[in-house]
Ligand binder design. Sequence first.
Ligand SMILES: Nc1ncnc2c1ncn2[C@@H]1O[C@H](COP(=O)(O)OP(=O)(O)OP(=O)(O)O)[C@@H](O)[C@H]1O
Length: 227
Amino acid sequence: MLLEVEELRASYGASQALFGVSFSLREGQALALMGRNGMGKTTTIACITRMMAANSGRIAFAGQDLSRLPSHRAARLGLGLVPEGRRAFSGLTVRENLLAAARRGEWTMARVCTLFPRLAERAGQRAETLSGGEQQMLVIGRALMTNPKLLILDEATEGLAPVVRAEIWAAIRELKARGQSILVVDKSLRELATVADDCVVLERGRDVWHGPPAALSGALAQQYLGV
Ligand SMILES: Nc1ncnc2c1ncn2[C@@H]1O[C@H](COP(=O)(O)OP(=O)(O)OP(=O)(O)O)[C@@H](O)[C@H]1O
């Protein structure tokens, strides 16, 4: 297994957000973390990337125990995070944003620009002048420049126009087809179904359902996702 999360519990001060989250992800697998608002998806990701300390539980990544590592060390082990909200370095150009993240491996600026041709067109532009969708492509490109073993996408297409969403999902599908391991948080079952091998549904800080996206329809989708 590339990632194993076992009985993760976490709190914000006195308020507990995770009550025991467990799942695992194989190399090359795309796993969707789903659930309605506030069910613990972002908190789970914050614990995995070590932005937040869990109260208890085990996180193993690429054979190493992450539970006690600081976040920059976790990133160096190969976790590439695309956080919720678009966070490019606004004062830097597209090229500078990408190169600042570069680590040795198959992903280079040229390859990122093949995946997202719009970034090539805007290489010299400052990130703050890009559209929301382009900024999101840049943030995904930056995560890829670190040559991550696992790419983690938290609501990567939220709030974007349908045409840009479609472009980003097509890129995610291409990454998956090339064997990239992906943990993806999203609310769109329709789009997730085109990428994810499996889903884990969180409800009130617990994993309550595991299975392939095709099995998550009708009454189950209504119950867990409200769709
Ligand atoms: N910084 C914070 N301080 C206090 N409570 C928080 C904080 N961030 C999240 N929470 C609480 O933790 C719980 C889980 O939130 P989390 O953001 O992980 O959910 P989520 O499933 O990612 O939701 P969303 O889809 O809205 O992003 C919620 O009850 C939320 O209110």
